[in-house]
Design a protein around this ligand. Structure first.
Ligand SMILES: Cc1cc2nc3c(=O)[nH]c(=O)nc-3n(C[C@H](O)[C@H](O)[C@H](O)COP(=O)(O)OP(=O)(O)OC[C@H]3O[C@@H](n4cnc5c(N)ncnc54)[C@H](O)[C@@H]3O)c2cc1C
Length: 513
């Protein structure tokens, strides 16, 4: 039997796999998504994503649909064991520089259903459910053979793929197939996760409540008009079964539900998770890549685990599409791990810091909570993420070109303001490379536009002009994932000093909106 042959196979149809498939389709690449289950995983998991991820979700074409199922939140409060406020980090529910609220609450199964419905609108992608991948083997260069079992018919199938994206979650078979191992960042705690629905008003502050209590750390947040999420650290010997009914759970959620009668509360789901911090030692072997939970696991204390998977998908897919269409050279694929791994590691460290603040015992724990928590915003590195929600710039790579000066734009995301014609910058740029400049291009630079680069001249005094000035630049080259590739004052100097990026920019002609 001749194996089926496809350019890209994505293993796993969780949020990472579906995002990667949607983006590849939008870049004109056909792919096949295989998942062992028929439909989305129904248990409670992610409830928060930030404005950077909301911007990415909008790129998938579902900004309005996501707005309809999500709820902006006011930020994060650290509380002591008596629920007194230790520190508060505000998030703006109005539009941020990325064009969306800085904190958004939602229900993961509902979000995944939305992503899958959106993927169905792309005719170049097939999602095959009940397809359990059992083997991934790299044959001669450029060919990866997958074996999967149709769980309904019980038949085995073989597929040859040009590239395989392993988006198959924490127990990834794709990860084992490339011999990658998870580096343990030494965090393991058992938590109870409970979702409750009620029409009653809980009258709580509309943000994430993190209860810093070494005995019983907890998180509470409203995730929808009538939906609420609690997470509690389980004590030794406890299991989710101990809290399987509202009567049993009531002892834990009492401070938030006050005197609302139990018959006005509906317990949607209650389950136990072991939160871990791990990162794969390598994210790629030849034509096989790891993305999402297959590459990194984080405790959810800053709500960034799923977001990291979506960031992976956004980072890799435009590069892969460029390589498959012949617009980019294959070595750009090396930049995926170089850029994403340090970012993911930093976000895991931030989550671990938050976990420590919530759960550390003894004198160190007390100091963290009473003395350090209110001053967390003074700690360099934590400041940006905790105070204004910005995640770190990507590290230097062949596609992030920066020197050593501080406050550089390269590696950061460009803003997404509304332009004079009423559309947002992202709508103008589509999937193309772009150039933001304060000076109109000289005649000889117009070739960039001929090669499909979208050029935007920022009005004096505009948000984009101010942003360029903040990085001491007058021009920035922006990649299709909206990361600044390089920025400076002299376009031609930028291009000549950076031959590889120039090649990328000049040949990105097919990646148009
Ligand atoms: C309690 C909790 C709270 C969380 N809160 C947040 C939050 O607020 N914000 C946030 O960003 N993240 C949060 N997360 C993390 C988030 O849920 C995960 O990071 C996210 O689901 C990972 O997505 P993924 O697509 O990479 O993997 P998964 O969602 O695990 O999807 C993997 C897919 O691969 C499929 N698969 C696996 N093996 C195979 C195989 N051999 N063959 C075929 N298919 C296969 C699976 O069926 C599954 O559909 C939370 C997690 C938990 C547990």
């Amino acid at each position: 039997m001749t194996p089926e042959s496809v350019p890209v196979v994505i293993v796993g149809a969780g949020p990472t796999g579906i995002t990667a498939a949607t983006l590849l389709a939008d870049y004109g690449i056909s792919c096949l998504v295989l998942d062992r289950w028929e439909s989305v995983y129904p248990q409670p998991r992610a409830v928060h994503l930030d404005d950077e991820i909301n911007r990415l979700v909008a790129r998938l074409g579902v900004a309005d649909e996501f707005a309809a199922i999500s709820r902006p939140a006011l930020g994060l409060r650290l509380l002591d064991h008596d629920l007194r406020v230790l520190a508060q980090f505000r998030r703006d529910p109005a539009e941020s520089v990325h064009g969306f609220p800085q904190a958004n609450m939602f229900d993961q199964p509902e979000f995944e259903a939305l992503l899958r419905a959106n993927l169905k609108r792309r005719t170049t992608v097939e999602l095959r459910g009940n397809a359990e991948v059992t083997d991934v083997t790299q044959l001669d260069p450029g060919r990866v053979r997958l074996t999967y079992t149709d769980r309904v018919a019980g038949e085995e199938h073989i597929i040859d793929a040009g590239y395989v994206l392993g988006c198959d979650g924490a127990n990834s078979i794709v990860r084992s197939s490339i011999g990658a191992a998870m580096e343990d960042l030494r965090f393991e705690q058992r938590w109870l996760v409970a979702d409750v629905d009620t029409d009653a008003d809980l009258n709580q502050w509309e943000g994430v409540h993190q209860v810093c209590n070494p005995v019983r750390a907890a998180t509470y947040m409203r995730i929808g008009p009538t939906r609420y999420r609690w997470e509690f650290r389980l004590l030794a010997g406890e299991t989710a079964d101990d809290y399987a009914t509202l009567d049993a759970l009531r002892s834990l959620i009492a401070p938030w539900v006050n005197d609302i009668p139990t018959d006005e509360l509906e317990l949607i789901r209650v389950t136990e998770y072991t939160f871990r911090a791990q990162i794969a030692d390598r994210w790629r072997d030849r034509n096989v890549f790891l993305l999402g939970d297959a590459a990194h696991l984080t405790p959810p204390f800053i709500g960034q685990g799923m977001g990291a998977g979506l960031r992976d998908a956004m980072n890799l897919t435009w590069k892969l599409a460029g390589v498959l269409t012949g617009d980019l050279s294959a070595d750009v694929l090396d930049t995926y791990e170089a850029e994403r791994k340090p970012h993911a590691r930093t976000m895991i460290r931030l989550a671990l810091g938050m976990g420590w603040a919530m759960t550390a015992g003894g004198r160190l724990g007390n100091a963290l909570r009473r003395i350090i928590a209110p001053r967390l915003h003074l700690i360099p590195g934590l400041r940006k993420k905790i105070v204004n929600g910005t995640t770190p710039a990507l590290h230097r790579s062949a596609l992030v070109i920066k020197g050593r000066a501080p406050r550089q734009l390269a590696g950061t995301l460009c803003p997404n303001p509304v332009l004079a014609d009423g559309q947002r910058l992202d709508a103008l740029f589509g999937n193309a490379f772009a150039l933001i400049t304060t000076r109109p291009l000289a005649f000889q630079d117009r070739r960039l536009e001929e090669h499909g680069v979208v050029v935007h001249v920022a009005e004096p005094g505009s948000e984009l002009a101010r942003w360029l000035r903040s990085g001491r630049a007058t021009v920035a080259i922006v990649r299709p994932d909206r990361t600044v590739m390089c920025a400076g004052r002299n376009l031609r100097k930028l291009c000549t000093e950076m031959p590889r990026s120039q090649v990328a920019v000049q040949t990105a002609g097919t990646q148009k909106p």
